[in-house]
Design a protein around this ligand. Structure first.
Ligand SMILES: *[C@@H]1O[C@H](CO)[C@@H](O)[C@H](O)[C@H]1NC(C)=O
Ligand SMILES: *[C@@H]1O[C@H](CO)[C@@H](O)[C@H](O)[C@H]1NC(C)=O
Ligand SMILES: *[C@@H]1O[C@H](CO)[C@@H](O)[C@H](O)[C@H]1NC(C)=O
Ligand SMILES: *[C@@H]1O[C@H](CO)[C@@H](O)[C@H](O)[C@H]1NC(C)=O
Ligand SMILES: *[C@@H]1O[C@H](CO)[C@@H](O)[C@H](O)[C@H]1NC(C)=O
Ligand SMILES: *[C@@H]1O[C@H](CO)[C@@H](O)[C@H](O)[C@H]1NC(C)=O
Length: 492
């Protein structure tokens, strides 16, 4: 009996100690904290963070399997030195980040048991066209065929070494909505790449920044008919790609940093935009070559709301009718209702009042840092645009500065507005009347000053003040030559 009581007591004490410091005793299903992965990485909540841990070898399937009780949703292995990705265990992972790992090779069906994976980031690795096989993305093998990685939505392959895509690369990810191929040397988009992209009917976001291509081939954008966002900035396009007409649902387009020289509706080599009825946001910035946007060049963008045309150092002309499209009858023009207009740091001498129909409906505007010509043609900017700009942000018009004509240089339009300045017109020969006026005034002043000075000099001379220089005064002269000179000394 006593022994029993003692043993119960001992048991109670042991339990008690355990209860006092629960953290000391690992719970039965906490063993994952002790496994290889969580010793090398930070395992917290449903996140496994292995960022920059100097990991050289990919974890083995058994090590991954030990994480199961933790139910990890996010695994970040970015910034390590893993060369080969190998098969992982079944885990409820949604986001797997393998960015910046020098990955060269992905074993067949590495992710087949990550059936809930939605985001796979493989950017900034060393994947090549030759080594990256479609089999890498195989799902589970069911009788007859491989099941897809059905949850996959976002695949990032940016900044690898892909010069072309295997035409079947995405066959196991049929529901992909977002794909980033930026920074791969896809210099010519070949037909297998076209087929690969064409296998993604649900694609909504495609990024192909800095891929070095100069042309978008026909049918490239035909299949992804729900495409909403396209980034093809920093490529070698020298004209607006007409293949864009396929993207009927495009909302956002980034064409920055392409060597497009001009946009002209009438030009075959440099056409304007095709009809993109749903496009709301356009970026055409940092275009070193862009000089002119002609009439109707942006007319196809009938619902454009946000227009970013900035930092184009040679852009000197945006036609007043760049955005205007003839209405159905063809008698009048319709304009899109632009809400955000960014035209800063171009080479524009003026903003034409006809560029938009409703300046009052703008939510944001920046037209600073252009070499404005301040004459009667830009009077409306001083009178009407300055208040619009100021209304959005106080002092925002400080950087709308006159460059020409010379006598206006350096004045801010805000100042001209505040002093109610009325600017003169440049006449039809390109002369500036106000400049002529200045010259006239100068001449007049000169003449007015010259007369008394001459008069004084004459008087002094007559009175012999310059004799020491060898100039005889008229007194001597008259004595020498005109002995009978009358008393008219003071008469000129
Ligand atoms: C409980 O565990 C923590 C951390 O392991 C330790 O710092 C602390 O001293 C322990 N407390 C007792 C009462 O053992
Ligand atoms: C990576 O995988 C390739 C092909 O299976 C193999 O030849 C290579 O030795 C592996 N490299 C490492 C570092 O495991
Ligand atoms: C992956 O990690 C990199 C670098 O740590 C980070 O920039 C990137 O945003 C991450 N990707 C995702 C999808 O979280
Ligand atoms: C990957 O799978 C393909 C097709 O099943 C096969 O031909 C290839 O040999 C496999 N590669 C490796 C490294 O197992
Ligand atoms: C800007 O336009 C003016 C003519 O309006 C031209 O003389 C000048 O060279 C242009 N600047 C650049 C950088 O192209
Ligand atoms: C606007 O500019 C004026 C004059 O330069 C200055 O006094 C004022 O503080 C500025 N206001 C704001 C909000 O920056």
């Amino acid at each position: 009996m006593a022994r029993r009581v003692i043993s119960v007591l001992v048991f109670a004490i042991v339990i008690g100690v355990h209860c006092q410091n629960a953290t000391e005793a690992p719970k039965a299903d906490d063993t994952w904290k002790e496994t290889g992965i969580c010793r090398k990485c930070i395992c917290k909540d449903d996140k496994v963070n292995c960022l920059d841990q100097g990991i050289v070898e990919y974890f083995k399937k058994e090590e991954w399997a030990n994480l199961k009780p933790m139910k990890p949703a996010t695994i970040d292995l970015s910034d390590n030195l893993i060369r080969n990705v190998t098969v992982m265990a079944e885990l409820p992972v949604k986001v797997l980040n393998l960015s910046r790992c020098s990955i060269e090779f992905i074993e067949n069906a590495s992710f087949k048991d990550l059936q809930q994976m939605q985001v796979l980031d493989l950017s900034h690795n060393r994947l090549t066209t030759e080594k990256l096989s479609p089999h890498a993305f195989e799902g589970r093998y069911a009788p007859e065929e491989y099941e897809p990685l059905a949850s996959m939505r976002t695949l990032n392959l940016a900044y690898n070494e892909l010069h072309s895509l295997n035409q079947d690369l995405f066959e196991h990810m049929p529901e992909l909505t977002e794909l980033d191929l930026s920074g791969n040397p896809l210099t010519t988009i070949d037909h297998v790449t076209v087929i690969a992209i064409s296998s993604l009917p649900m694609l909504k976001i495609l990024r192909m920044r800095s891929c070095g291509f100069s042309d978008i081939p026909d049918k490239f954008l035909h299949t992804p008919r729900f495409l909403e966002r396209l980034d093809i900035s920093d490529n070698k396009l020298n004209a607006v790609p007409q293949e864009l007409k396929e993207t009927k649902n495009l909302i956002y387009l980034n064409l920055n940093q392409n060597p497009i020289k001009l946009l002209d509706e009438l030009s075959e080599d440099f056409p304007g935009f095709p009809q993109l009825r749903k496009l709301r946001e356009l970026h055409m910035c940092n275009m070193k070559q862009l000089t002119r946007i002609g009439p109707g060049a942006l007319a196809g963008l009938q619902n454009i709301q946000s227009l970013h045309i900035s930092f184009n150092p040679k852009l000197h002309t945006i036609d007043p009718r760049a955005l205007a499209r003839p209405d159905d009858i063809g008698e009048n023009y319709d304009w899109p209702l632009v809400k955000e207009l960014y035209l800063q740091s171009n080479n524009l001498t003026e903003i034409d009042s006809r560029l938009l129909s409703r300046w009052d409906l703008l939510d944001a505007i920046d037209v600073s840092n252009n070499p404005y010509l301040c004459d009667c043609s830009t009077q409306w900017m001083v009178d009407m645009l300055v208040p619009v700009v100021e209304h959005k942000a106080v002092n925002a018009s400080q950087k709308m500065v006159c460059e020409e004509p010379i006598e206006m240089k350096g004045y801010t339009m805000k100042h001209l507005h505040d002093i109610h300045r009325t600017m003169r017109c440049v006449d039809k020969y390109g002369n500036r009347p106000e400049k002529d006026g200045a010259i006239l005034l100068g001449t007049l002043i000169g003449v007015l000053l010259a007369v008394p000075i001459m008069f004084s000099l004459m008087l002094l001379w007559r009175n012999g003040y310059f004799a020491w220089m060898g100039l005889r005064g008229p007194v001597d002269v008259s004595r020498a030559f005109y002995k009978r000179a009358p008393n008219d000394d003071n008469y000129i």
